[in-house]
Design a binder for this molecule. Structure first.
Ligand code: EPU
Length: 438
């Protein structure tokens, strides 16, 4: 596949596109199918590379996966689950962090699991210490080896009481996927409660799990002896929807995103309105548009749900380069998520990054060497450039910047965007963008 995209920008994006199921839910629901004694059916599945990676990993472990890509349906049959070879797991996992979430289900089914060296987006260290601590607390034995980490369960995993130091999405999912079939009760405090996690809980409940969620980030799970397959329709991708909303704002356009839902996007919609964007919630989607006139500078802090998602930050920053005045963005989820602003500066944006916690409460990255606050001064016209995609969300933001900039930009490494944005080039075509693969 050619990894270059030429973007002739400077014209507003106008039109209608559709987003399907959330990347950060679908992959976890696919893993959950391993826990069932019968087949599962997952609907509204997008055709993105991360789904392909998890499909490959499930197949390596003996799960039969039948996909109808047009309909967006996956049939997952875990009847013949088996151990996979270390080298195969490594080869299939690519840069995905998903193998870590196979551990709980595989420990229950096979008594052992293996995690290769993990990748994911280059947005910080992305450690897995919470995951390993959780598995150990259930009674698993973790053994770090040269090719990766081997984990085994000498006996049935035992329910436990765990407090997370930070409401990590992945660690909360790890705990859920492990606790549902552990013996006895598990209590997690400091849990993440993102909508994608709530949808995973809904899937597990359909499978036969007993899970309660309190208002104070406490989740309680009563372990059961067996689980069944499930049938479920994935919630929509609120990160992709917000990315297109930001693209409408940055290019002065008007984009209707079918499949976008208001309850999961309330925090984004509030911010979108404060910046000066307008939106219309429709029966089957949300229309995002630039009403004309100046956009407003804002002060923004990313946070865990129900705060402003870290994954919404990069696309919106591109729109903020077009807002009048000084905007301040404090990133509190990842220590290193402003690397993408280098390219924006090269295109004419005025953005400075700081180690201090600006504009909000001190976060765990303050007083350390992380450039995790940004000040954006606008509006500044953007000009075309030669850009290298750094990571999924940063890369999509570069794409938005190129679409807003006058002239023809060359965006390299565009394949990274296929990881999480389904048919993005077709969608750009549908919105009237002038783009072509190099
Ligand atoms: N953390 C640790 N130790 C751990 C796990 C996490 O210190 O063992 C820290 C991380 O370094 C980070 C913070 O906790 O500073 C939050 O990380 P979290 O575990 O919540 O993130 P994740 O589960 O690895 C998922 C999404 C990310 C999204 C975050 C936050 C998936 C596959 N990934 O990552 O999505 O940014 O939650 O909402 O669900 C993306 O879609 O582009 C993406 C990066």
């Amino acid at each position: 596949m050619n990894d270059l995209l030429y973007v002739n920008g400077g014209t507003p994006l106008n039109g209608t596109i559709t987003v399907r199921g959330a990347k950060n839910f679908v992959s976890k629901a696919m893993v959950a199918s391993l826990l069932g004694e019968g087949p599962s059916v997952l609907r509204n599945v997008p055709q993105i590379r991360d789904v392909g990676v998890v499909t490959g990993l499930l197949e390596l472990h003996g799960v039969k996966v039948v996909a109808d890509e047009v309909a967006g349906t996956l049939h997952l049959d875990p009847t013949d689950v088996e151990s996979a070879h270390v080298a195969d797991i490594d080869a299939h996992a690519g840069s995905s962090r998903i193998p870590i979430l196979f551990c709980g289900p595989l420990l229950h089914r096979l008594g052992e699991a293996f995690i290769p060296d993990l990748g994911g987006c280059r947005i910080g260290d992305r450690p897995i210490n919470y995951h390993l601590d959780i598995l150990r607390q259930f009674g698993a034995v973790v053994d770090k080896r040269e090719q990766g980490i081997h984990i085994r369960a000498p006996r049935r995993l035992q329910g436990t009481k765990i407090a997370l130091p930070y409401p990590s999405v992945g660690a909360t999912e790890q705990l859920l996927l492990t606790a549902v079939r552990a013996e006895g009760i598990t209590e997690l405090s400091g849990a993440a409660i993102e909508p994608e996690i709530m949808d995973l809980i809904a899937v597990l409940q359909k499978m036969g799990a007993i899970i309660s969620v309190d208002t104070d980030r406490v989740i309680r799970i009563e372990g059961v002896d067996k689980l069944m397959g499930y049938q479920h329709t994935a919630l929509g991708d609120r990160i992709e929807a917000a990315s297109w909303g930001s693209a409408a704002l940055a290019t002065g356009g008007d984009i209707t995103v079918k499949g976008a839902t208001q309850p999961e996007m309330m925090t984004f919609l509030n911010t979108f309105r404060k910046v000066g964007g307008e939106f219309e919630v429709q029966e089957d989607g949300i229309r995002f548009y630039h009403p004309g006139g100046d956009l407003n500078a804002i002060v923004l802090e990313t946070a865990v749900h129900p705060g402003f998602m870290t994954d919404w930050q990069q696309p919106l920053v591109v729109a903020l380069t077009q807002a009048k005045g000084l905007s301040i963005v404090h990133e509190t989820v990842y220590e290193n998520r402003f690397g993408f602003t280098d390219a924006l500066r090269g295109m004419g944006a005025t953005i400075q990054v700081y180690k201090e916690c600006l504009g909000g409460l001190p976060c765990r990255f303050g007083q350390r060497n992380f450039h995790h606050s940004a000040v954006i001064s606008g509006p500044t016209p953007l000009s075309a450039a030669d850009i290298e995609v750094p990571d999924l969300r940063g890369g999509f933001s570069h794409l938005i910047a190129a679409l807003a900039a006058k002239g023809t930009s060359t965006v390299r490494g565009i394949g990274l965007i296929d990881r999480g944005y389904e048919y993005f080039q077709d969608k750009l075509d549908a919105l009237g963008a002038d783009v072509s693969r190099g």
